[in-house]
Design a protein. Structure first.
Lengths: 316, 501
């Protein structure tokens, strides 16, 4: 069973990577203004010969199909090239940027997805009461408030009420472990709140759905306690849509934390991608998108594994 | 506890934090963008320039806070009477961050590097007049020109001196910059920070005072402001009025300001109707109310300006001498009538995608529409804007142009026939003659007369409608001393900056 799943996912990965590589390669080149034009900007004094020389120096003078084939050939051998202007290997740049994003994603998931289950269960239990209504209003607010706005408000509040706490930017773990974690708390919270709102609503409705089923009545009839009914019977069934959503959100977090990274000045993958698009840093962008694509496919695979664990029907 | 007492406590807290004894004094600087690289002969963006110029690297000459040319790596120099031979005496006791002593051969190799094919430096045009570069002995460099070039000394301030080994090495300096400046490169975490450490062997006695400078890359303006207000950052260099005014009056924060060399402009394509007609161009000038633009879009922090920044006190002609700078919609309509164009004159204005320029463009649009034009605004993505700009694919555009301490940099490439940034396709034989003559003239008085005439012609009928020169600000904590803001955005005064205990 696992073998077939892995083989299927590997095939998916190959197909997705191949098509994404083509899309990214040609799309970034279809945007007007190439890397040299962007770097020089408007109103730089430079002769056409110099522009041609700069373009040749990064291989832009070749036909685009040749550029693509050359890049694929090198990539298959593990050589993703160097960042256009810094001259550093693309792999190194990605390695540096992957950690902050990974930590931010995990922390936000732990907070958001972790709290969503008890919150959702609580809301299902309290259904129809005032507290449930209140929580529902709060979660709708949580859904509609964008993370970056929340981030700015948090930064402003911190500056006003606790100006001595340094919460901006990013400190490598090796330099200052406490400062490192401390600086992740606010952005992770800003990212986690919409997730928490979204997932707890999902858990609530799935729970309510499950609680209305016949097998719950059966469980109650045979004398299972309220706790057992909620967690062993109802929640387990309610978790399937929850796991799917967590998977989707993890993918979104890996590439979509851009605004929060921007607001909190965290050097993560989102800003790497944004910068690479803005400066048309072709090799960097191509490799980064591939890495994120791999990660999303991998997460889907993990989600499948979790289905296996919680849903016996998948195992059959 | 009153509000005042609370504030005082906050301030005391901030001061106490600054006093922590025993810590190395590193100045935390907040900047908005990552440099595009650190090779001083490849990068041109301000975000890169401000990190390396005068901090890591130095040129033969340097520009001081009053925009005068002074010595740097070159201790002194002489110019031959025909203006074609420059002899530089190289300062002794200068060492590179690598520990090697600087010699004339390094200087010669650095200038040759800018011109080298292997490097394909976009700065090469700044040395276009150079014929040969030689180092007859360890303390002398001779630059021989093909024709006299008055702006050469200004250009040399922007060309970094690097060890001779890099003359044809394209990649080395991007990874590990080596210069002679007060700070040496320590670490670069892309999108995170660039850390510089004190260069102990710096030639200037008593400098640098800081143990290091850390450029934190913080893209969001609100975050930078909070970072400065809370004391996490000590300096926000080269910020615009919108940011500066929000920081004004915050406890513990002070502002330094100067008038920009860069200007905002409306560029006109003179190779096709309607702007091929000088009267239509004059009508645009007359239709605009520059004070209103400054009040509405620049928060009042700027002055109307002509072809040269008023910061160039020795060169700039006062705007009161330009008749077309008097706002007069009726006269604009009359000029359009004289020009014989059908009104309203329908044109498209391409707008540089930057907030202040977008704001300016809207005010300009409104003013022009009241005076017989019908302006449509188009704000493309930056890459598209640059491409259209380079291909002269526009009726008119709103943008900003960088300036320089030397008038030649404002005029020659932009207004001379066939100039490298003359995207307007402007051609005026009188201007060409004056620009050629002034460039070759090393006598300041003679140059001034020529440039005065150039400004008067360009102000009203040139292809650029000059709008305004903004105030440029640097915000810093109250305890930062010795920093001086320079209009060319160089942070070279960080060498003399200290943080009070």
């Amino acid at each position: 069973m696992i073998g077939r799943l892995v083989a299927g996912r590997l095939l998916d990965l190959a197909v997705v990577l191949a098509s994404v590589s083509v899309l990214v390669f040609f799309m970034i080149r279809l945007i007007p203004g190439d890397a040299v034009a962007i770097m020089l900007g408007a109103n730089t004094e430079v002769t056409p010969e110099r522009i041609a020389a700069l373009r040749a120096s990064i291989g832009l003078d070749q036909p685009i199909v040749l550029q693509y084939l050359g890049w694929v050939g090198r990539a298959l051998r593990g050589d993703f090239g160097t960042s256009l202007w810094t001259g550093r290997p693309v792999i190194d740049e990605i390695a540096v940027h992957v950690w902050p994003t990974l930590q931010l994603t995990l922390l936000a998931l732990v907070i958001g997805a972790g709290l969503a289950v008890p919150t959702g269960v609580l809301m299902a239990r309290l259904r129809g009461r005032f507290a449930d209504g209140l929580l529902r209003v709060v979660t709708v607010a949580g859904l509609t408030v964008p993370s970056f706005w929340l981030g700015i408000i948090m930064i402003l509040a911190l500056a006003t009420y606790a100006p001595t706490i340094q919460a901006l930017g990013y400190v490598p773990f090796s330099q200052d472990p406490l400062g490192h974690l401390g600086r992740l708390v606010l952005p992770a919270t800003a990212l986690a709140l919409p997730i928490l709102a979204n997932l707890s609503r999902l858990v609530r409705s799935a729970m309510l759905d499950a609680l209305g089923q016949d097998y719950i009545r059966t469980a109650r009839a045979k004398g299972v306690g309220e706790r057992g009914v909620l967690y062993r019977h109802a929640l387990r069934n309610a978790l399937i849509p929850y796991v799917t959503s967590v998977g989707i959100m993890t993918g979104y977090l890996l590439g979509g934390a851009i605004v929060v990274e921007q607001v909190f000045a965290i050097p993560g993958l989102g800003r790497l991608i944004l910068g690479a698009v803005a400066e048309r840093n072709y090799p960097l962008l191509q490799a980064t998108i591939l890495v994120v694509t791999c990660a999303v496919v991998l997460i889907n695979f993990l989600v499948d594994l979790v289905y296996l664990a919680i849903d016996p029907r998948v195992r059959a | 506890m009153g509000r005042f007492a609370f504030r005082t406590m906050l301030m005391a807290g901030a001061v106490a934090l600054g006093c922590t004894p025993g810590f190395a004094q590193v100045l935390e600087v907040g900047v908005d963008a990552s440099p595009a690289g650190l090779d001083p002969h490849i990068i041109t963006a301000f975000s890169s320039f401000q990190v390396v110029n005068g901090t890591i690297y130095e040129g033969l000459t340097a520009i001081d806070k009053d925009l005068r040319i002074g010595p740097s790596i070159a201790e002194s120099w002489t110019v031959s009477p025909d203006g074609k031979t420059y002899t530089f005496k190289i300062r002794t006791g200068v060492t590179f961050h690598s520990g090697a002593a600087l010699e004339a051969a390094d200087v010669a190799a650095s200038l040759k590097r800018v011109l080298a094919k292997e490097i394909s430096s976009p700065l090469a045009s700044r040395l276009a007049a150079v014929d040969t570069i030689t180092a007859p002995d360890a303390a002398t460099v001779v630059v021989q020109l093909k024709e006299p070039s008055a702006p050469l000394l200004t250009s040399l301030a922007t060309l970094a001196i690097v060890p001779r080994g890099f003359e044809t090495d394209k990649d080395g300096l991007q990874k590990q910059p080596v210069g002679t400046g007060p700070f040496k490169f320590r670490e670069w975490q892309p999108n995170g920070f660039i850390a510089l450490a004190r260069h102990d062997g710096y030639w200037k006695k008593g400098a640098p005072k800081l143990d290091g400078v850390k450029f934190n890359i913080v893209p969001e303006s609100a975050t930078r402001q909070v970072g400065l207000a809370s004391g996490q950052y000590s300096l926000l260099p080269n910020i615009d009025a919108a940011t500066a005014l929000q920081l004004k009056g915050r406890p513990g924060v002070k502002l330094a300001e100067t008038l920009e060399l860069a200007y905002t402009l409306v560029g006109l394509n003179v190779s096709k109707p309607p702007f091929d007609n000088a009267k239509v161009r004059e009508a645009v000038n007359v239709a605009l109310n520059r004070s209103e633009i400054i009040a509405a879009a620049l928060f009042g922090a700027g002055v109307p300006g002509g072809p040269l920044s008023p910061a160039l006190k020795d060169w700039a002609v006062a705007t009161s001498e330009f008749p077309c700078y008097t706002h007069d919609p009726a006269r604009a309509a009359a000029l359009l009538k004289e020009a014989g164009v059908a009104t309203p004159v329908a044109v498209t204005m391409t707008v540089l995608p930057r907030q202040d320029i977008k704001d300016i463009a809207q005010v300009v649009q409104q003013q022009l529409n009241k005076a017989g034009f019908k302006v449509e605004l188009k704000t493309p993505e930056l890459g598209q804007f640059i491409q259209d700009w380079r291909n002269s694919n526009f009726d008119m555009f709103a943008s900003t142009n960088a300036g320089s301490p030397d008038p030649d940099d404002y005029f020659f490439r932009t207004f001379r026939t066939g100039g490298s940034t003359n995207v307007f396709k402007y051609s005026n034989t009188e201007i060409d003659g004056l620009l050629d003559k002034a460039r070759a003239n090393v006598d300041p008085a003679g140059r001034k007369a020529d440039y005065t005439r150039v400004q008067k012609v360009l102000a009203c009928e040139g292809p650029i409608v000059h709008l305004a020169y903004s105030q440029l600000f640097t915000a810093m904590r109250q305890n930062v001393g010795g920093f001086e803001i320079i209009a060319n955005r160089s942070l070279s005064t960080l060498a003399d900056t200290a943080v009070a205990k």
